[in-house]
Design a protein around this ligand. Sequence first.
Ligand code: ATP
Ligand code: MG
Length: 598
Amino acid sequence: MSESETKASLNFIEQIIETDNASGKWGGRVHTRFPPEPNGYLHIGHAKSICLNFGVAKKYGGVCNLRFDDTNPMREDVEYVKSIATDIRWLGFEWPDIGKAEPEDGALFASTYFEQMYQFAVELIKKGKAFVCDLSAIEMREYRGTLKAPGKDSPHRTRSIEENLDLFQRMRKGEFHDGAKSLRAKIDMASPNLNLRDPVMYRIVFADHHRVGNSWCIFPTYDWAHGLEDSLEGITHSLCTLEFENHRPLYDWFIDAINEGRTDDGSGEWGKKIIHSQQIEFARLKINYTVLSKRKLLELVRDKHVSGWDDPRMPTISGLRRGGYTPASIRDFCTDVGVAKFVSTIDVGRLENAVRADLNKTALRRMAVLDPLKVTITNWPDELDVDGAEKATEAGAGAVDWIDAVNNPEDDGAGTRKVPFGKTLYIERDDFMEDPPKKFFRLGPGREVRLRYGYFITCNEFVKNDAGEVVELLCTYDPATRGGDSPDGRKVKGTLHWVSAAHAVNAEVRVYDRLFMEPDPDSPKHEKDFKEFLNPDSLKVLTDCRLEPALGEAKVGNRIQFERHGYFCVDYDAEKEGRLIFNRTVGLRDSWAKQKGK
Ligand code: ATP
Ligand code: MG
């Protein structure tokens, strides 16, 4: 590959890193970080950022920190800290000093730098670059101006350095109430970039912080804190989403302001220069038929539209995991969508395809009847002349034929298993029609189909209950078709899955579908709330499913393909409730694409 070809296959962030490595900007060092705020569970959008940050660090022999941006005590919680760390580990990534006792072992916290950040703020006050302001939030907004009109200077902007130092210290001590004062950078109230109009660095918040308790009542803002956290950790490339592009001048301004008067060797009044990490923005992941915002996801949880953050319909990592997604499928999806500078909406079908592709290679195939209809084989004998067949124990009960079935046609090593075939079977209710159209290749009166791995059967009669529903099919089987082929070359169009009634295990199957009916539920173009687009059919609970006996052994988290249905996994409720419960991960095909094509 030529050098230009190699470059072209790199994403733009890798190109920046390679250019930096070539120029020696960071001495070949690559140090990234993933900086979640612990105010919710991670979603698939975060997975993109995780794969990117941990991915490039690994690719270039560097490291990636997990750093909690815990600067908003009101919205944060340890529950979120734990879930975030658990999810990143599950995705297959590790940060330095990762430990085993608690999920968040080895993670870093912005709150550990509070004292250092405070000292930096004092330095900016001393340099005349920050002031204490008494304007309320509402007044501040009025003074701020608009995109078209410049703002006005705060009346407190001209306070002396001594007065600012005194007030800032007293803010920290807790002498003023919530919101009474703030510390602001002195930049430019006429800047065309609103972020540079004397932005707030500290606000007063009396709240219990999940790590530092009550030891602080002033908290740094994101803009002030983030670049300092990066700098203190020696981050080289600080990757964030595009909304922060017009915050970059402020990110740079803060570091430059601290470095003003500092020197490379630390001589002089202010000491040594701090590292100036490079902020680089990329497009956030947007997927259709869902919402990717912690605030909105929290709303769904709080209003009980879903069972929790890990409801399999949620686009959270924990929801995808519970639903049966594999870590590899999520990583593959992130690689597939790539990294770019412009936002585009990704079809959720690509995420579903990623898990199908992964599970197709690894999931065992099993037969499961979700909506059972009884089939009686009227000519089934009490005794069979085949290897391994069990004789009927009582007249008319029918022998049992243990038939070979392939565990995974995509994986030769997966082997085969024996499936029992007997006199009474179940097939899927919608695999039979009383009066089927010509193109219906399943069962109907007088029609013949193949039961997978088993025999050809022909439906001769059907039985109805008083309500007029078909409750039983009376069929005959052709003994010559054992294994699923006819020696006379006779063809059948349909192959159905089935289970032996006497051997089947019962299960509940939760068939999940997309949570929203509308591709872009939180688009500002709708006048309605995003929750009005919830799909009323996003969960169907099937309580009377009959599965082949091998599934009786399935354990929580096992992922299996139910033939003709899709991929399923055992839900953790199974263990709690002592019965079999499966979640549908995804169907075998994209049924939504089909609907749209209609
Ligand atoms: P949300 O809007 O869902 O609350 P956030 O950006 O506030 O997300 P943070 O905890 O601040 O959540 O995010 C941690 C990191 O994940 C940030 O670097 C952020 O840019 C990144 N991130 C968040 N959402 C996405 C997304 N949809 N696509 C890519 N990266 C994302
Ligand atoms: Mg955020």
